[in-house]
Design a protein around this ligand. Sequence first.
Ligand code: IPE
Ligand code: IPE
Ligand code: MG
Length: 256
Amino acid sequence: MLHNLKKWLKWKKTNKEELLLENIPKHVAIIMDGNGRWAKKRGLPRVAGHRAGMKSVTEITRAAHELGVEVLTLYAFSTENWKRPKDEVDFLMKLPQDYLASELEDLVQKNVQIRLLGTEEGLPSHTLQALFEARQRTEQNTGMILNFALNYGSRAEIVQMVKEISSKVKSEEIDSDQIDEKLVGQFLHSSEMIDPDLLIRTKEIRLSNFMLWQLAYTELWFIDVYWPDFRRENFEQAILEYQRRVRRYGTVKEDS
Ligand code: IPE
Ligand code: IPE
Ligand code: MG
């Protein structure tokens, strides 16, 4: 695996491999990490890293749209991120508004559909309002789905699913024999979307409570780059690597 941009550009020059537009991952999910460390390295407060990370969000969203990605999920705030200092949390909760104030018109034009993945309860009303407005304005769009995973935690999502299914079993709306993988999937926040084909994480090699159910057969790709430094070239690098993988789903394939 190639880990930095310079190496990648050199590799690209010599290998001349091109992205196959017919094999673009349909759903790409990204754990955007390293904002705080990016800022620290520059002697700046952590929040400066979050601000800088917004530029990457804009660039990667545009790239995903241009390449024909159908669903882009961005992990922006986990259920565990509430444990951070209040100032940082407050800053993070204002970012969706700032991002949408500058990008919403462009996203509307691009036929993008904005969605929210996570628990609405607990999010400040100003954050929710901005996201609801964006969701409503893009409701009729038919293009790429842009999912913001905000106040999202996979375990919380699973617990909620178990509660909902068990209450339906209790009220006899569902028979316990009917519980299967499909039904479980229908009770998750992600019920209306396909599972991610490709997961990208910057800076760390772990899932940090992200889509534990949905990532069962996702291709994982990690890069040692801070999210604010993550560029379109890195995104293409991830997709190229994805195109070189053989997805077996437990079966045997002739070319592997
Ligand atoms: C990712 O960057 C953004 C969020 C988790 C909200 P971090 O803030 O986690 O940055 P590091 O990992 O501390 O560098
Ligand atoms: C994961 O990053 C959450 C988001 C990117 C939103 P964290 O920075 O919170 O993860 P850990 O604490 O390093 O596992
Ligand atoms: Mg982090």
